[in-house]
Design a protein around this ligand. Structure first.
Ligand code: GRF
Length: 210
C-alpha cells in the first residue's frame, strides 16, 4: 500500500503534532508527515517539525489581501507536496470553501470536546474547557471529524469521553482531554491511511478488520 503524504496545520504548541510524529516513528500508520504549516510565527509546532526533519513553514495571513488569497496560497503549497491528508492539529484559522473543496474529505480536525457540544465559533483552546466547567457536565472528551464548511462541522470519525472529577478546574480538564486527543488523532490518521473510513451521509463507518 502506498504511504500517504500528510500535511499538518497547527497554530500552537503542537503537542498533537508531536503525538503524530511519535506514532509515525513507531510505524503506527501508513503515512508520512511531509509538511507542517503554521499561521503563527512562534508556534512551537514549527520547532517540533524542524527537530524531526520535517519541512515546515510559517505563512503570515497579513501578506495576503484576504482569506481566499491566503487559502489559495495554502492549496498551492500543499499541491507541491502531493498531499493526501490534511490534519488540523490546533489550527485556529478558518479554511475557505475553496480549500475545503480542493481537499474534499481529505481534511480532519481534532476538537477538545464531545461535538456537537461545546463546538462552533468561539469555542477554542481553554474557552472550550471553561464552558464545560461552567456547565457542570460530568463527562467531556475529544472528537476527530472530517472538515466541512462551518466551524466544527463535518462527519465524526472518533470520539472518546472521560468522566470529569468534581475537583477539576478548566485547566485540569484541558490537561486530561489532551491525553485523549493524543490517542484518537493518530488512530483516525491510521484509519484514514488504511482506507478504513467511509462517509455515508453524515456518518463515518469504520471498517475495523485491518
Ligand atoms: C488542542 O486542544 C486541539 O484539540 C485544539 O487546539 C489544541 C492544540 O493543542 N484544536 P496542541 O497545539 O496540539 O498542543
Amino acid at each position: 500500500m502506498r504511504i500517504l503524504n500528510i500535511a499538518v496545520l497547527a497554530s500552537g504548541s503542537g503537542s498533537n503534532l508531536q503525538s503524530l510524529i511519535d506514532k509515525q516513528n513507531e510505524g503506527y500508520f501508513n503515512g508520512k508527515i511531509v509538511l507542517v504549516i503554521s499561521d503563527q510565527k512562534d508556534a512551537y509546532a514549527l520547532v517540533r517539525a524542524q527537530k524531526n526533519g520535517i519541512d515546515q513553514m510559517y505563512m503570515d495571513r497579513r501578506n495576503y489581501d484576504d482569506n481566499e488569497a491566503y487559502n489559495l496560497a495554502l492549496i498551492e503549497k500543499l499541491n507541491t507536496y502531493n498531499i493526501d491528508l490534511v490534519v488540523l492539529a490546533g489550527y485556529l484559522k478558518i479554511l475557505s470553501p475553496t480549500f475545503i473543496n480542493s481537499y474534499h474529505q481529505k481534511i480532519i480536525n481534532i476538537h477538545p470536546s464531545l461535538l456537537p457540544m461545546f463546538g462552533g465559533k468561539g469555542y477554542y483552546g481553554i474557552k472550550v474547557h471553561q464552558a464545560v466547567y461552567n456547565q457542570g457536565v460530568k463527562v467531556s472528551g475529544a472528537t476527530v471529524h472530517f472538515v466541512e464548511e462551518g466551524v466544527d462541522q463535518g462527519a465524526i470519525i472518533i470520539q472518546k469521553a472521560i468522566e470529569l472529577d468534581d475537583e477539576w478546574v478548566a485547566t485540569m480538564i484541558q490537561k486530561e482531554v489532551l491525553k485523549i486527543e493524543h490517542q484518537i488523532l493518530p488512530l483516525a490518521v491510521k484509519y484514514f491511511c488504511n482506507g478504513q473510513l467511509k462517509i455515508v451521509e453524515n456518518r463515518v463507518l469504520i471498517r475495523r478488520n485491518k
